[in-house]
Design a protein around this ligand. Structure first.
Ligand code: NAP
Length: 516
């Protein structure tokens, strides 16, 4: 029986000691800006001429680091190393592998303020969001380590009197892990260590906007005792390195988290059996969302407005779980709309490194800024602007939290993932219609229902078709081990990160039966 794990606590920055520790850590991170980072292939540090430049999205002039950039040749080299190392790593003791995760969790805990400060700089995360990202990464390390210990002996099956049967899980092979920039530490760490702790070797391709934090994870894992060649760090352009390795006949599985566009591309390419390929590639693909909060007429309206605003604008709406639509019962629509606008106007936006600790920081890069601003222009035609509506990309990429009211549920801003601080409000005549509207996108990631009506909660439990459904709270902030996370439909393969089924996606079941 594995000891139960309570999640990593969040840091209270109103405590002077914590605030000062983070300010100190920010200074330390600042003193290390602009360094060079190599690739790591088989433990060897490889430096390339061509570099990825990681910048602070709150201050474009501040370079976080210059990171060597993999190309097809280096990707091929990394694949060979991972393939060779799989032969012994697959037989390594699961307890040895789990211990690496537990030690890594302790190392990150020791360096927690430094990691938080790094995420503020490289990801543009406000303090609270950066702290939660680090805590979630620690949780993944602890949880997947424990899960591996649960799974290491397989699952008991029946044996007849003259036979002995065993059913256990074995690793798959070389896994390609492709991570996004939004949970630059947590998702990158969780997807990487899940693939490794299950006995696979890994090619880690982090998002090109946030590659330095992935290098830091490599340092932590090395200190925690990870042998060389088990995880290979190969940042590089998705379009070159990503495509090449997704197509590679020796890739056994792909673990991807990111946009619908890239996810469906990977799904399609991984489905093609290449010459010399001996398996059907496994894909774990987690994509976008168009997440909705439904507000009923019998509801705590202050809770409703707070939930919409927190879920829509936390980390500038750049969470796959962010609320980008609210469907509100017509009886309470005006009240909720006015309160959402009021709360939104109170939010502060600015450089998250500031001691003032603004609620919202920047969006990740120029591409994101331009895309969000173009959706705001679309929104101005599709709905009534009641808050925000403008941005400033002179120093960093800042977009003000924006609310559109009276939007048709079929409008583009109600259907397409914007991935920024923009929320659309729409009216429903009753609860049934509200659920119908909530289900009318191609996604199915998260959703929330605010109501005191038990019958309606039960109706939502049955009919609101999302992977993560929350009652009387916002639709973000899933916690590892408490709220297994993953979506339906075009939100992905519902692999449920941080849940009891997750590791099994990285393994295959083997039955052995011996007759006596
Ligand atoms: P993205 O543009 O799809 O990029 C994700 C990763 O895919 C990056 O590492 C990217 O590399 C790589 N990539 C790009 N083109 C590729 C290709 N042709 N082949 C293989 N890999 C390729 O997504 P993002 O902007 O980083 O992240 C935001 C998206 O992630 C949103 O849609 C959000 O909803 C989703 N998300 C989903 C979840 C979930 O659990 N469902 C969680 C977090 C985020 P480069 O950076 O080099 O282009």
């Amino acid at each position: 029986m594995v000891v139960e794990y309570k999640h990593e606590p969040f840091t209270d920055f109103s405590v002077e000691e914590n605030k000062n520790a983070l300010l100190e850590a920010l200074k330390q991170v600042e003193s290390n800006l602009g360094k060079e980072y190599p690739l790591i292939i088989g433990g060897e540090k490889v430096t390339t001429e061509d570099k990825i430049v990681s910048v602070n999205p709150a201050n474009k002039d501040e370079v976080i680091g210059y990171v060597s950039k993999a190309n097809k040749e280096l990707a091929e080299k990394a694949m060979k190393v991972a393939d060779e190392n799989f032969e012994w790593w697959r037989k390594s003791d699961p307890k040895f592998r789990a211990d690496i995760l537990f030690r890594a969790a302790s190392i990150v805990r020791r360096r927690k303020f430094e990691f938080t400060a790094h995420l503020i700089k490289e990801g543009g995360k406000p303090w609270k969001e950066a702290d939660a990202d680090v805590a979630e990464g620690i949780d993944f390390l602890e949880y997947y380590g424990r899960q591996m210990l649960e799974l290491k002996d397989g699952v008991k099956v029946n044996s007849r009197p003259i036979e002995h049967n065993k059913f256990n899980y074995i690793p798959l092979g070389v896994g390609l892990v492709i991570s996004p920039w939004n949970f630059l530490f947590a998702i990158m760490t969780g997807t990487t260590v899940a693939a490794m702790v299950t006995g696979n070797t890994v090619l880690l391709k982090p998002a090109s906007t946030t590659p330095v934090i992935a290098y830091k994870l490599m340092e932590v894992l090395k200190e925690a005792g990870l042998p060389d060649g088990v995880i290979n760090y190969i940042p590089g352009p998705g379009s070159e390195v990503g495509d090449y390795l997704v197509d590679h006949p020796r890739t056994r599985f792909v673990s991807f988290t990111g946009s619908r566009e890239v996810g469906t591309r990977i799904f399609e390419r991984a489905g093609k059996v290449q010459e010399g390929q001996k398996w059907l590639k496994r894909t774990i693909i987690e994509m976008g969302g168009k997440d909705t909060i439904v507000v009923d007429n019998e509801a705590d309206l202050e809770l409703a407005a707070q939930s919409i605003v927190q879920s829509a604008f936390g980390f500038s709406g750049q969470k796959c779980s962010a609320c980008s639509r609210a469907v509100i019962h017509e009886d309470v629509y005006d009240q909720v709309k006015d309160r959402v606008a009021e709360l939104t106007n109170e939010l502060t936006v600015g450089n998250p490194a500031d001691a003032s600790n603004n609620f919202m920081g920047p969006v990740i890069d120029q591409g994101a800024y331009d895309k969000i601003m173009s959706y705001i222009e679309i929104g101005k035609k599709e709905g009534k602007l009641v808050a925000g509506g403008n941005g400033d990309d002179s120093k960093g990429w800042f977009v003000n939290p924006t609310v559109f009211a009276d939007v048709d549920p079929e409008a583009r801003i109600m259907q397409e993932e914007i991935f920024g601080p923009v929320v659309g409000l729409t009216k429903a005549k009753d609860f049934d219609q509200a659920i119908e509207i909530a289900n009318n996108t191609e996604y199915g990631l998260t959703g929330a229902v605010i109501t005191n009506n038990r019958t309606n909660l039960e109706k939502a439990r049955e009919d609101f078709h999302v992977g993560n459904l929350y009652f009387n709270r916002g639709c973000t902030a899933a916690i590892v081990g408490y709220h297994p996370f993953g979506g339906f439909n075009m939100s992905g393969t519902d692999s449920k990160a941080g849940g009891p089924d997750y590791l099994i996606h990285h393994m295959q079941g083997k039955t052995t039966s011996e007759m006596f």
